[in-house]
Design a protein. Structure first.
Length: 138
């Protein structure tokens, strides 16, 4: 399976793109209204795109995060808002995930390095997360 969609009750919690995924043309895996778009852009040599800027959105309803695993193995657990574990998935070097909704936890199986991208601004580690078990900010 090259693309794994993790969904509960009709809501996408995450999309996983596995290493080696091949596409014939540019494609996006997220819905157009999603605040973070995950896709693969594919163009032939010689393609030129005119200079441009992107139209700025009004509000981001959720903070979403992309992880691209550059080294190691990690298991990501998915939780509902009440802290109940729903599912887990394991990612290896070359895999990409877009975390879209609900809670998540990571368990590093092999030493991990990954590129991460998410909306800002970043407010510091003390104000960035709410622990689903204790309810504390951390």
């Amino acid at each position: 399976m090259d693309v794994e969609r993790i969904s509960f009750n009709g809501i996408d919690y995450a999309i996983v793109l596995k290493k080696g995924l091949l596409v014939e043309k540019s494609i996006f895996f997220t819905k157009p209204e999603n605040p973070m778009q995950l896709g693969i852009i594919k163009h032939e040599a010689g393609y030129i795109e005119n200079p441009h800027i992107h139209i700025k959105p009004k509000v981001f309803p959720d903070i979403q995060q992309v992880l691209y695993i550059t080294k190691g193995v990690v298991t990501i657990d998915f939780f509902n808002d009440d802290g109940k574990k729903l599912k887990e998935t394991t990612l290896e070097e070359g895999d990409t995930i877009l975390l879209m909704f609900g809670g998540h936890a990571i368990r590093v199986i092999e030493d991990l390095e990954c590129l991460t991208v998410k909306q800002g601004p970043y407010v510091g580690i003390e104000e960035d997360k709410i622990d689903l078990i204790s309810g504390d900010k951390r």
